[in-house]
Design a protein around this ligand. Sequence first.
Ligand SMILES: [Mn+2]
Length: 306
Amino acid sequence: MNENQALKPIFYRLSDKKFGDIDEDYSNFKKSKVVVVQIPYEKTTTYIKGTKNGPAAIIDASGNMELFDDELNQEIYKIGIHTVEIPGISDAGPEDMVKKVRDTADELLRLGKFPVFLGGEHSVSIGAVAAMKKNYPDMSVLQLDAHYDLRDEYLGSKYNHACAARRISEMCPLVQAGVRSLSKEEKDFLNTKANGNIKTVNVYDILEKPLWKDYAINGLSENVYITIDLDVFDPSIMPAVGTPEPGGIGWYEITDFLKEIAKDKKIIGFDVVELCPMENQIMSNFLAAKLIYRLLGYIYMSNNKK
Ligand SMILES: [Mn+2]
């Protein structure tokens, strides 16, 4: 298959800027194992606006990161990381956006690529998981988030960001970790039988149970898709999110957890959503970029893969 056949411009186009500002040799589509997909989508945001600027801010920050990873002692970019964005997605309605993401993910999987989606609001994950599920019927999802996102409907839409996890749990088993904010409606839902697909590890479990990581990992099947809402981190290290919640998780807790998952399971794709860049504050953008790069390292370059 040549380069032109591989790229279907109906679904996505080349981005002007590349993740990591990686040389063409390691960022062209054909040679890249990983494709980073920017989804600058924000239609159902309810509090602080600006997450549509998240993907570009992450790409910008990633261009200033060292490409040699000091923890893994590896040049992770050598796996090949290509960057695209989905054209016209910003103006789509929520349902149409989900479909566009699904079609893009589907196409990338068909071409044997490992997809990384950058939101945008959390509803982008619904489309990604729909495509993953088609290709990996036995998959499960790990959601790192401050919010349960289990509302059935919010402000008239089933594709609102506040419903993302509910939609995902209708497709496959879901493990939520780091959660610490929910509505009475969500609590009631968790108390019903209908929640059989959902396992929750909230912040209190993380504080009190030393084996919380094992408990969470035991809830996952072999093929795991990870959705990371950046508000899972403590706002002191990740202030640039639309709905910050106090008492979040630290950098090393999250990265250690991700390292363990990469060791035990097959990660089939992931997304990083809800960055809401702040003026004159780049630390959040930088954290997001480094998190993505490090996770790719855990997935592809960990020496202790089973
Ligand atoms: Mn959230």
